[in-house]
Design a protein around this ligand. Structure first.
Ligand code: MN
Length: 743
């Protein structure tokens, strides 16, 4: 432990300095009496947290002050929120009660603090009800959005000051952040905050890649700035000539968004062309805003040729979160595509600060897109019967997607997420319309239910009274509303059929002299590997399981005394966690046999030595080792954080691990032969499988190989890249369909 020498006098001064900075930041909103209120909240927070310190050793009060400052400065919230931010941890962590808050600050503030306290345990509980808690959190959002905004400020500050946390906490907190908080920030229009949250999460979850991209960006900084100067010079000149006051500058894209592009397109850093975007921020009078933006657009596209597919007009139809802007991509000097974003100062403030700025400008806010969205969330929460985790997955998808605009036959406008289908549209109008939908007419042409809608389509829904929701509908609908309606109606149907199955099973058990009780039913469900007893009943009714197998079950029950001792039952998980965690170094060592605890390498990401990994305790399958960048990791850590254990590799060379390589190239004679020669002869690596697809001279193959560790793999990749005809070699994590269940 590092010894801490604390200079209390200096600390007191620093606290006051930070408090004054907060007052300065909130100045814009202060009305008569507000200062006194903020002081009162500060005093209460200071007094109640006085004996507490952060992991860094700093006085705890730094945290609420910083959260309040973010709320005021970066989100643009007013006094009520500043007061709540200062007090956001007192009810949770100190002797102060909600009644105390209400007595001193009134009902409104007490309610927000109550909301903040309720959701503070969202991820910290040792219960599998975390997803249910998410739902509660969204409910408070529907109650008072300030609760979520302050929660986001709280999360942002925690992410900014996470370096003193232990590694497993860092991973867990980062996962939650990308899983839910960043999407929420996006949905509320807080783009700056969303980018920072994503970048910070990536810094902890993908630190090597993060550092690599940051370094690369830095190397080319001067060159990029020179390019931006050349690009914007003529634009500025003409804007001025035409009497348009504007700021024009280049803005670098976030590290996370660059990484996303690299992953999505499977390209190296060098091939990401849009590392920055140009922004033109016009100083316009309210009545000229739209005309000025289009004038600026005309100036830009006179100078540089626009890509006709890349014009986005969010001024005529703003996004649901209030975002307004004109985007275009033009061909700049040296044959480089450059994205240009045109908007006014008002629009820019909305883009940066989102929700709060939005409300400042809109007197009556009831018609704002955001309000409609919150209304939708409210409905969804009320109606959704889906299991909380599924619900969240669907909901989260909707947080991130952009909208398209669709017209009803009568010309009314509806907003739907990108990729929405005719069926989504039907459910959006009314759930009965969705349930009975058999097809649609898009722009007067007949299309199937799964038809993807395009911006501006006019859609008429065709129904039949005989139609009922089908399982495969879930494969193509994208809105959370449609998904939850379909799921609940399928469940209804399943329950009805399950009732029949239950009776059949009851009779069968009677004849086998097995007692019909819930314990036995659960055991039988487990035996047939069904997730629930309803699944069991349903499959019995459908005749999917052979009831003769019940005899085998009976036999296996008799042998139960000899059950293997390392099998982990659900109720033993707690014990196992404690066992793992109380080991000398609470870290699971993998790669050697000394370990008494059983682990398996997960097949969704195929970890190999050298990868950053963690252990995840499953109900039936012991501990599974995943890579921290496994496609499933975020979800597992965010929802079942309490089942995560630290894990690390011990050095060894004898074992081989399975991993996948994707190879693309020009299909030349003998290419496969050359590849396999490198793999088996030069590297003496065993291959498990090889699949090759060749299309018009383009070769695409995936090869599963056994390697010792990441170093070994990197060398192999390097060597394969040198094979004539090969254009790229990348490791792939998992097949998309290979998604693990948490249990
Ligand atoms: Mn906090």
């Amino acid at each position: 432990m590092k010894e801490l020498v604390i200079d209390l006098e200096a600390e007191k001064k620093e606290i006051l300095k930070r408090y004054r900075a907060l007052l300065k930041a909130s100045k814009a909103h202060l009305q008569k009496g507000d200062k006194r209120l903020i002081r009162q909240a500060f005093d209460m927070a200071l007094e109640s947290h006085k004996d507490m310190r952060r992991k860094s050793g700093e006085p705890y009060i730094y945290h609420p002050i910083a959260v309040a400052q973010i709320a005021a400065e970066e989100i643009g919230l007013g006094t009520t929120s500043i007061v709540c931010a200062l007090l956001h941890d007192v009810v949770e962590d100190t002797a102060i009660t909600l009644e105390d808050i209400e007595r001193e600050f009134g009902k409104k503030i007490a309610r927000i603090i109550d909301g903040l306290t309720k959701i503070s345990g969202v991820f910290d509980t040792n219960s599998s009800l975390q997803a249910e808690n998410f739902r509660k959190m969204l409910l408070t959002l529907a109650d008072d959005v300030r609760v979520i905004l302050i929660k986001l400020a709280d999360r942002l500050h925690n992410m900014r000051t996470m370096e003193f946390m232990p590694r497993d906490k860092q991973l867990k907190i980062s996962s939650e952040t990308v899983y839910l908080y960043a999407p929420l920030a996006h949905r509320l229009g807080l783009y700056a905050m969303k980018s920072e949250l994503e970048d910070l999460s990536m810094k902890y979850m993908e630190s090597e890649t993060y550092k690599f991209i940051a370094r690369k960006l830095n190397e080319k900084k001067a060159e990029r700035e020179q390019y931006v100067r050349e690009f914007v010079g003529p634009i500025k000149e003409i804007l001025e000539e035409q009497g348009l006051k504007a700021e024009v500058y280049g803005r670098p894209k976030s590290i996370h968004s660059i990484w996303n592009k690299m992953r999505k397109k499977g390209i190296p850093f060098e091939e990401v062309y849009d590392l920055f975007a140009i922004r033109i921020i016009l100083d316009s009078r309210p009545e000229n805003e739209k005309a000025d933006c289009w004038k600026a657009y005309s100036i830009v596209t006179d100078l540089y040729r626009p890509n006709p597919d890349r014009l986005r007009d969010w001024i005529s139809s703003p996004k649901a979160n209030g975002y307004e802007s004109l985007h275009t991509t033009v061909m700049g000097p040296k044959g480089q595509w450059v994205e240009v974003q045109i908007r006014t100062q008002r629009m820019n403030e909305i883009a940066e600060k989102g929700f709060a700025a939005h409300w400042k400008y809109k007197e009556s806010s009831s018609d704002s897109g955001l309000d409609q969205w919150i209304q939708k969330v409210r409905e969804l929460l009320k109606s959704s019967e889906a299991n909380a985790l599924d619900f969240l997955d669907d909901f989260k998808m909707n947080l991130f997607s952009d909208e398209i605009f669709i017209f009803t036959p009568k010309g009314a406008l509806m907003q739907l997420p990108t990729d929405a289908t005719a069926l989504d549209f039907a459910f959006e109008i009314h759930s009965d319309l969705g349930a009975k939908c058999i097809g649609a007419k898009v722009n007067h042409k007949l299309v199937p239910l799964s038809h993807k809608l395009q911006n501006g389509d006019q859609v008429e829904i065709i129904t039949s009274s005989k139609q009922t929701p089908k399982e495969d509908w879930l494969n193509f609908v994208v809105t959370a509303k449609a998904k939850s309606k379909i799921k609940s109606s399928l469940k209804e149907e399943k329950r009805r059929i399950g009732e029949e199955g239950k009776e059949i099973l009851e009779r069968k058990l009677k004849s086998l002299k097995i007692t019909y009780n819930s314990e036995n039913i659960q055991k039988i469900a487990n035996y047939f590997k069904f997730l629930s007893t309803l699944d069991l009943f349903y499959n019995v009714a459908k005749g999917h399981i052979d009831l003769k197998d019940l005899k085998e079950y009976q036999a296996s029950e008799k042998a139960v005394e000899h059950r293997s001792p390392d099998r982990i039952e659900a109720h033993q998980i707690e014990g196992l966690i404690n066992k793992v965690k109380t080991k000398d170094s609470d870290t699971l060592l993998i790669g050697e046999d000394l370990q008494k605890i059983d682990y398996k390498l997960s097949t969704c990401c195929n970890p190999i030595p050298g990868d950053d990994v963690f252990g995840f305790i499953t109900v039936n399958d012991g501990i599974k080792i995943h890579r921290t960048n496994c496609p499933n990791a975020t979800k597992l850590m965010a929802n079942y954080g309490y089942r995560v254990v630290k894990a690390k590799w011990t050095s060894q060379k004898e074992l081989a691990f399975l991993t996948g390589l994707r190879i693309t190239g020009i299909d030349e004679v003998g290419l496969i032969n050359r590849l396999t020669t490198v793999i088996s002869n030069d590297f003496k690596v065993n291959m498990r499988s090889i699949t090759v697809d060749s299309d018009e001279g383009i070769f695409e193959g995936s090869i599963m190989v056994y390697v010792n560790d990441t170093q070994h793999l990197d060398n192999l990749i390097k060597r394969l890249k040198q094979v004539k005809g090969v254009t790229s070699v990348t490791r792939f994590d998992s097949e998309p369909q290979n998604i693990v269940k948490a249990s």
